[in-house]
Design a protein around this ligand. Structure first.
Ligand code: ASP
Length: 452
């Protein structure tokens, strides 16, 4: 049995739904279907999830939401009309959407989560109705019926192990297609909580693990995952097969085709993931597989740059002799609830790399002031435009000279490299550059490894 997840652009309108239905019904193994909310139909379009966020904000502000409700309903009506579905079939969906403000929520964050989740929920319901309309045996299954239980915050939830115990008791019959909404689960107190944005991938992976799928097929709008971002490198090479941990390292710095949190359930269940194109389903896509027995054919699998970093640089003589020095810095960060990404250090220096999106200017000043006061370094510097380029490949293991091939093209282009970190992972090398050099760095490294 395969779990098949369709992304938002794969379910954005009637035609896309038809493609998805053709894919579902062309392989009897495709039994468990996970839907995203309808995504963008054209470049300037608005995703249903974003419309739902606006709906929630309108309700929280005490304004009349009628216009936005109609805009959301319209998206589902357009899809239904494509299939000539009688209008009354959509009444339950409309009632649910309109009724959202009448429920009670512990606070506005829960309200937002519940509204947001309905993009997926209504789409799954619609998919089940359409499949039935076309003569297939299909059942809409809610996370509550399946027992998808989460903890954490209402808009950034995490699945808990109890979910897998629940799923192991979930039964379904031979011929039916099960349609699950992606993106959310229920808290222990029974409220809706969503995963982080793009989180329908996570639901697919949870179901693939919990229902013991042979493959988790993830249908999106690209032919494959590429060795570099096609917006930066011209026609990069598609990746045929990669390992879970290669994907982990690459998604860290920005490979966003597949949600990084969605890898975990797949890894735990040893389920191969196949990323494929809804618009060209004959293409094999990219397989993401366990590390065991994987034989790399290239040295490098992918190169990616993330520009959302910043760094705190400290210099203090005899830093290496001071017990508790790092601890005191980390205590300051922890006090402000800031986690660090990496911390390469030398004998007298330390660089603390942070996620720039997780920290505002005021907090930067506060933290720097406290470090200055508490630690009194000889030099304290805030580097605001830090980029991390990840060069990743199972083929790099046990290879000598790879670092030369990475640094040489950067030197040729006069790209400054303030940090190199090979760290504990033998399949990834992390290169720090300044933001303005990041794209050039990716191109230079890519061409070195993939020129032929
Ligand atoms: N619809 C949600 C979002 O836009 C989740 C998803 O598409 O996976 O973030």
């Amino acid at each position: 049995m395969k779990v098949v997840k369709f992304g938002g652009s794969s379910l954005a309108n009637g035609e896309a739904f038809q493609n998805a239905i053709n894919i579902i019904t062309s392989d009897p193994q495709r039994r468990v279907i996970v839907t995203s909310a309808p995504g963008k139909r054209f470049a300037d379009d608005i995703k249903v999830t974003d419309l739902l966020i606006k709906y929630a904000q309108t309700v929280i502000a005490g304004q009349n939401p009628q216009e936005i409700v109609e805009q959301i309903l319209n998206r589902y009506q357009e899809i239904a009309a494509y299939f000539g579905l009688p209008a009354d079939k959509l009444i339950p969906l409309a009632e649910r959407l309109e009724g959202l403000p009448n429920h009670t929520y512990p606070n506005d964050n829960y309200l937002l989560a519940a509204f947001k989740a309905h993009g997926e929920r209504l789409n799954a319901q619609l998919m089940a109705i359409l499949l039935q309309h076309l003569g297939y045996e299909a059942r809409f299954v809610t996370p509550s019926e399946a027992g998808i239980i989460v903890t954490g915050t209402p808009n950034n939830a995490n699945v808990i192990p109890e979910t897998y115990a629940n799923l192991s008791h979930f039964t379904f019959n031979e011929n039916e297609l099960l349609i699950f909404p992606g993106f959310y689960g229920l808290t222990l107190a029974g409220h809706i909580a969503t995963f982080s944005r793009g989180g329908s991938d996570i639901t697919g992976a949870i179901l693939a693990r919990g229902l013991h799928a042979s493959t988790y097929e993830n249908f999106t709008d690209v032919d494959a995952i590429y060795s570099a971002n096609p917006q930066i490198v011209d026609h990069p090479q598609p990746i045929t097969t990669m390992t879970y941990r290669e994907m982990r390292e690459l998604s860290y710095a920005g490979f966003s085709v597949f949600h990084d949190e969605a890898l975990i359930p797949a890894i735990q269940g040893n389920i191969p993931i196949n990323v494929r194109n809804t618009n060209d389903p004959e293409k094999p896509g990219t397989m993401i597989v366990p590390d065991k027995d994987f034989q790399p054919s290239d040295i490098v699998t992918g190169v990616v740059s993330g520009k959302h970093f910043a760094a705190l640089y400290l210099h203090k003589y005899l830093l290496n002799k001071q017990a508790g020095f790092t601890l005191r810095i980390l205590e300051i960060l922890a006090k402000h609830n800031v986690s660090y990404e990496h911390m390469p250090s030398g004998i007298d220096d330390i660089t603390i790399i942070l996620d720039r999106n997780a920290i505002n200017d005021q907090l930067i000043d506060t933290i720097c002031n406290e470090i200055q006061e508490e630690i009194n370094p000889d030099r304290l510097e805030w580097i605001d435009n830090y980029a991390i380029t990840m060069v990743v490949g199972e083929g790099m293991r046990n290879r000598t000279g790879v670092i030369d091939d990475i640094l040489m093209p950067l030197a040729e282009k006069h790209i400054a490299v303030p940090m190199i970190n090979q760290g504990a992972s033998r399949i990834a090398i992390m290169i720090g550059t300044y933001n303005e050099d990041a794209d050039e760095a990716v191109r230079a490294i890519y061409h070195r490894f993939f020129a032929n």
